[in-house]
Design a binder for this molecule. Structure first.
Ligand code: GTP
Length: 597
C-alpha cells in the first residue's frame, strides 16, 4: 500500500468510556465484520476480557475505508487497554501510530486516565482528535464537556466531534476526520527494514505471533529477520494483517501494520519494543523502544492441594509465554507449603492472573496479602531487596525504602475535602491542585505505592460516590519508618502472615490479625497464645483456650462402625491440617484469614 493512503491511529480513553464499542462500530461501518457476525467487543478475544468488559492486550486491525474524496484508504486501528495497570501497553501502542482519538464519555467528562493518556499521546507527537461519546444518553452534557476538552487540548469547542458508539451516530464523520487529520506515515522505502514490535502474543497452535509496525523498508515472507537487541535471527514463516481475522500477505511496507510468525515459542524472544530488521541487510540503529514493564506488586500463590504444585508451575510458565510482565520464583511457606512468589504490575494484573490460573488450569489457589518491593539498607551498608515480608532482614537496619507513585486524582470540586482526608490517612503529600473547569479539580499527590495497592480505589469510589478517578505512575522511592510485624502461634512465627507496615499502623494490624486468628483457629488440647510482634517486642496478644476434645466420647458404647467412621473423618480432616509448632491449624483458617481483608 502507498503510505500516503495509510492512517495509523488508536483510541485512548478512560476505562468504560466506550473504546471497544466504538471499535465495534468502525469494524461494522467499514464492512470488515458483517452485521450478522458482529458480537460485542469483537477485538477483546480473551474470555476474561469479555467477561469483565475490559481490554487487556492490544490488538491491531486493518480497516479499508472509502472516504468522502472517493479514495480508499487503509486505516489501522490499534486498540489499547484502559486500566492503569496496563498503561505500559498504551505507550507501546501509541508509538505505532500517527494519530489518536481521545474519547470522553459525554455524561462523565474528563477523568484521570483521559489526562494520563493525553499526555502520553502528546509526548509521542500524535495528532489528537477529541471526541465525545455516548451523546445518546439523557445525562450527556456535550456542550459543557466539549468546552472542558477544548480547554485542555487547546482547540475550539466546535472541533470536538460528538458520537454515539452505541447507535453509530457520528462515526462515519469521525472516520473521515481520521483520514483528514491523521498524517500518513513517513518512512524511507529504500532503507534497510526497520519494524517496531508493539505486541507479542503466544498462540498454542502457531507459536508467538508478533505485531509490528514497519517504519522503513520492507519485510517479506520467506526472508530471514534479525531482532536488533539480541542479534538473534529467525526465519519468517508467515506475514499477515488482521482484518479482522489473520490474513496472509506477501509482505509489509512503509507504515504498514501487521503480524509475523517465526516459530519462536516464548514472547521474550520476540520482545515488545525491539526492532526487527532484515538479516540480509541490517539497519544500523534501533528504533526508540520502551521501558521494560517492572513488577510492582508481589504475592505468594499456593495450590490448596499440595499435589497441584507441578500443575501450577506449568501453568505459570504457560502464562509467562504471553505475559512478559509476569515473574515468579518458587517459595516455601511453613504454613502454606510449596508455592511461588509472583510479581505483577498491579492488583488487577494479580487478580486476572489468578483468575486465569484457576479457570484455564483448574487450580484452587491461596494468595498471600500483596506487598510492594522494599529496599532495606543495613547499618553496615549491605542492602536487601525484599519481595516477601518474611524475608525482611534481622539485625541493625539503617533505612527502609519503599516505592512511591505520582498520583493524579480528578473529581468534582465538592469532594476535595474527602479526597484530602483519604490521601492524608494514606501518607500522601499534596503536590498541587488545579481547577480544570469551574467544578472539576485535578489534585496531584505523591503516595507510597503500598498505600494505594490495597483498598484505595474502593475507598476513593465510596467517599466520592464514584465520581473521582485516579491514575498513577511510579516515581522512585522514599525512606519511611517501616517495620515488619510477625504473627506468632505459641511462639512460632507464621510466615504467611508477616507484613511490612508503617510503624503507626503496626499496632492495628497486630490487633486485627490476632483477633481474626483467635476466631478462626479451633481450640487445642492446650492453651495457644496468638501474638503480634515487632522483632522480639509483642504488640498484641489473644489466647485460644484449651479444650479436651475426644471425638469418641460422643458415642461411647455405641456401635463400632460409627466409631470407625468418626475416626476416619478425623483423619481426613488432619490431612488438611498444617502444623505450626505443636498447633494444628486447619488450612481453611489460613485461607479465610488471608482472604477476608
Ligand atoms: P475498556 O475496554 O475496559 O477500557 O472499556 P471501554 O472504554 O472499551 O468501554 P466499552 O466499549 O466496554 O463501553 C463501556 C460501557 O459503555 C458499555 O456498557 C457500553 O455498552 C457503553 N457504551 C459505549 N458507548 C456507548 C454509547 O455511545 N452510548 C451508550 N448509551 N452507551 C455506550
Amino acid at each position: 500500500t502507498d503510505p500516503a493512503l495509510i492512517r495509523n491511529f488508536c483510541i485512548i480513553a478512560h476505562i468504560d468510556h466506550g473504546k471497544s464499542t466504538l471499535a465495534d462500530r468502525m469494524l461494522q461501518l467499514t464492512g470488515v465484520v458483517e452485521d450478522r457476525q458482529m458480537r460485542a467487543q469483537y477485538l477483546d478475544r480473551m474470555d476474561i476480557e469479555r467477561e469483565r468488559g475490559i481490554t487487556i492486550k492490544s490488538q491491531a486491525v486493518r480497516l479499508p475505508y472509502t472516504a468522502l474524496d472517493d479514495v480508499t484508504y487503509v486505516l489501522n486501528l490499534i486498540d489499547t487497554p484502559g486500566h492503569v495497570d496496563f498503561s505500559y501497553e498504551v505507550s507501546r501502542s501509541l508509538a505505532a501510530c500517527e494519530g489518536a482519538i481521545l474519547l470522553v464519555d459525554a455524561a462523565q467528562g474528563i477523568e484521570a486516565q483521559t489526562l494520563a493518556n493525553l499526555y502520553m499521546a502528546l509526548e509521542h507527537d500524535l495528532a489528537i482528535i477529541p471526541v465525545l461519546n455516548k451523546i445518546d444518553l439523557p445525562a450527556a452534557q456535550p456542550e459543557k464537556y466539549a468546552a472542558e476538552l477544548a480547554g485542555i487540548i487547546g482547540c475550539e469547542p466546535s472541533d470536538v466531534l460528538k458520537v454515539s458508539a452505541k447507535t453509530g451516530h457520528g462515526v462515519e464523520e469521525l472516520l473521515n476526520e481520521i483520514v483528514r487529520q491523521v498524517p500518513p506515515p513517513q518512512g524511507d522505502a529504500d532503507s534497510p527494514a526497520r519494524a517496531l514490535i508493539f505486541d507479542s502474543v503466544y498462540d498454542t497452535y502457531r507459536g508467538v505471533v508478533t505485531y509490528v509496525r514497519v517504519v522503513d523498508g520492507r519485510l517479506d515472507t520467506r526472508e530471514r529477520i534479525q531482532m536488533m537487541s539480541t542479534r538473534a535471527t529467525h526465519e519468517m514463516l508467515e506475514v499477515g494483517v488482521i482484518s479482522p481475522e489473520p490474513t496472509k500477505v506477501e509482505g509489509l511496507g512503509v507504515g504498514e501494520v501487521g503480524y509475523i510468525i517465526t516459530g519462536v515459542k516464548d514472547v521474550r524472544q520476540s520482545k515488545v519494543g525491539d526492532t526487527i530488521t532484515s538479516a540480509g541487510r541490517t539497519a544500523s540503529d534501533m528504533l526508540p523502544g520502551y521501558q521494560d514493564p517492572k513488577p510492582m506488586v508481589f504475592s505468594g500463590l499456593y495450590p490448596i492441594e499440595g499435589t497441584d504444585y507441578p500443575v501450577l508451575r506449568d501453568a505459570l510458565e504457560k502464562l509467562q509465554l504471553n505475559d512478559a510482565a509476569l515473574v515468579f520464583e518458587p517459595e516455601t511457606s511453613a504454613a502454606l507449603g510449596f508455592g511461588f512468589r509472583c510479581g505483577f504490575l498491579g492488583l488487577l494484573h494479580l487478580e486476572i492472573t489468578r483468575a486465569r490460573l484457576e479457570r484455564e488450569f483448574d487450580l484452587d489457589l491461596i494468595s498471600t496479602a500483596p506487598n510492594v518491593v522494599y529496599r532495606v539498607v543495613m547499618e553496615d551498608n549491605t542492602e536487601h531487596r525484599v519481595t516477601n515480608p518474611s524475608e525482611f532482614p534481622e539485625g541493625k537496619i539503617a533505612e527502609v525504602h519503599e516505592p512511591v507513585v505520582k498520583g493524579t486524582l480528578l473529581a468534582p470540586a465538592d469532594y476535595v475535602g474527602q479526597i484530602m482526608e483519604l490521601c492524608q490517612a494514606r501518607r500522601g503529600s499534596l503536590q498541587g491542585m488545579d481547577y480544570l473547569s469551574e467544578d472539576r479539580v485535578e489534585m496531584r499527590y505523591t503516595l507510597p505505592l503500598a498505600e494505594i495497592v490495597f483498598d484505595f480505589f474502593d475507598q476513593l469510589k465510596s467517599r466520592t460516590k464514584g465520581y473521582a478517578s485516579l491514575d498513577y505512575e511510579p516515581s522512585g522511592e522514599q525512606a519511611a519508618d517501616l517495620v515488619k510485624v510477625d504473627i506468632l502461634l505459641q511462639g512460632e512465627t507464621v510466615d504467611a502472615f508477616s507484613a511490612i507496615v508503617h510503624r503507626d499502623k503496626a499496632y492495628s494490624y497486630g490487633v486485627e490479625m490476632t483477633k481474626k486468628l483467635r476466631e478462626l483457629i479451633p481450640r487445642q488440647q492446650f492453651e495457644v497464645p496468638v501474638q503480634a510482634a515487632i522483632g522480639s517486642r509483642v504488640i498484641a496478644r489473644e489466647n485460644i483456650r484449651a479444650i479436651r476434645k475426644d471425638v469418641l466420647s460422643k458415642c461411647y458404647g455405641g456401635d463400632i462402625s460409627r466409631k470407625r467412621k468418626l475416626l476416619e473423618k478425623q483423619k481426613e480432616g488432619k490431612k488438611r491440617m498444617k502444623m505450626v509448632g505443636r498447633v494444628e491449624v486447619p488450612q481453611e483458617a489460613f485461607i479465610s484469614a488471608l482472604s477476608t481483608d
